[in-house]
Design a protein around this ligand. Structure first.
Ligand code: AMP
Ligand code: MG
Length: 352
């Protein structure tokens, strides 16, 4: 009876009836040097577009503060502040700085945002080159967070360059941008943002059933290897697939080991899930630097959900072998199923 009644309705009205309920509106913009895809679930299009506008503005604002590619941003200006002269930073950077110090220390220097000189020495922004021994020594001498003094006492917040050191926001800028989106309670509709290599979802209002997300092949970035469901926090991946160069016949990636000053190339990508997108971002870079052995050990001892993917053709259907920590396997049980008999977790390994 109901079916007959529906059948007599005009097709347009029928379509709008069936389409009633939450809709997903997507927007793609180019910012932070990457393609950003934002999706919002909303009762109607106008409301969705309003939130999408707000979110894009927020991402642009973060970029306008933190980008170290531009000279006009807050961090860009800090990088050019005369040595020894304190630079007053705003409340956002003031809150961010101790977190950078904390994880720099926790990772024993594998994450170091003060690697501007090394990045320049290796030409990592211009296609890569091998620095001479003298250049490398000079760059190492002015790399490292210890070359900045941070002082947040007496109401003001100041950062002082103690030498020709410069910051590079590459490993934490996107994460901080996503963290700010999550912290803004006015983004009340469920959302997911993909910043190319890092995905985050809304925390204040969740999407029932979570959001679909994919983990890419460690070398062929366009290929998805693991499909997961993300219902909170953020998933960040660091790998060589994004940008890798050939220098004197040796491949190097865009990530370097601040402890040795050497540019790295690893085939394995490092993925970290964390409640806080900032931490997910900086830790995925740190774990890539550490490599699978030390990286899994670090992640396990810190109770982190982490995954290393290596290209593999042996007995795999998706061309990758996985190694995950127990918290990762617990959070994403669907991942274990997909890389069946390849995923090696600390749960399965057990005591030997
Ligand atoms: P991600 O893609 O998040 O792993 O960040 C990599 C970017 O961070 C690079 O393109 C550099 O700009 C910067 N970077 C490279 N090596 C490091 C490092 N060891 N610690 C912090 N930042 C780094
Ligand atoms: Mg990162």
């Amino acid at each position: 009876m109901g079916l007959v009644a529906l059948g007599t309705l005009c097709p347009l009205f029928l379509h709008s009836l069936l389409a009633a309920g939450p809709m997903e509106v997507e927007r793609t913009v180019y910012l932070m040097g990457t393609r950003a895809t934002l999706v919002v679930t909303a009762p109607d299009r106008v409301v969705a577009l309003r939130q999408l506008d707000r979110m894009v503005r927020s991402l642009e604002q973060t970029e306008a503060t933190l980008s170290t590619w531009r000279q006009s941003t807050e961090l860009g200006r800090l990088n050019r502040q005369p040595v020894g002269e304190p630079f007053e930073v705003g409340s956002d950077v003031c809150a961010l700085w101790p977190i950078l110090i904390r994880w720099h220390e926790e990772t024993s220097g594998a994450f170091d945002p003060a690697v501007g000189a090394l990045i320049e020495a290796w030409g990592l922004r211009e296609g890569g080159r091998r620095p001479s021994a003298t250049e490398l020594t000079a760059a190492r001498a002015v790399s490292g967070l210890r070359h900045f003094a941070f002082d947040s006492g007496s109401g003001a917040c100041r950062v002082t360059r103690l030498g020709e050191v410069t910051l590079d926001a590459g490993a934490f800028g996107k994460g901080e941008a996503l963290r700010r989106l999550q912290a803004d309670r006015q983004n009340g509709l469920p959302w997911r943002v993909d910043l190319g290599g890092q995905v985050a979802v809304s925390v204040a209002t969740r999407r029932p059933g979570g959001w679909p997300a994919a983990i890419a092949h460690p070398v062929r970035r366009g290929e998805s290897v693991i499909d997961i469901v993300l219902d909170e926090g953020s998933l960040a991946t660091s790998g060589a697939s994004e940008r890798a160069f050939s220098v004197d016949g040796v491949r190097i990636a865009h990530i370097l080991d601040p402890r040795t000053g050497e540019a790295l190339y690893r085939r394995e990508s490092a993925t970290v899930w964390h409640q806080d997108p900032l931490v997910a971002d900086l830790l995925s870079t740190a774990l890539y630097v550490m490599g699978p052995e030390a990286g899994v050990h670090f992640a396990e001892s810190h109770g982190l959900a982490a995954l290393f993917l290596a290209p593999s053709t042996e007995g795999t259907s998706n061309g990758a072998a996985a190694r995950a920590t127990a918290p990762f396997a617990r959070r994403f049980p669907e991942a274990t199923g997909q890389v069946f008999d390849q995923i090696e977790t600390s749960v399965q390994r057990g005591p030997s």
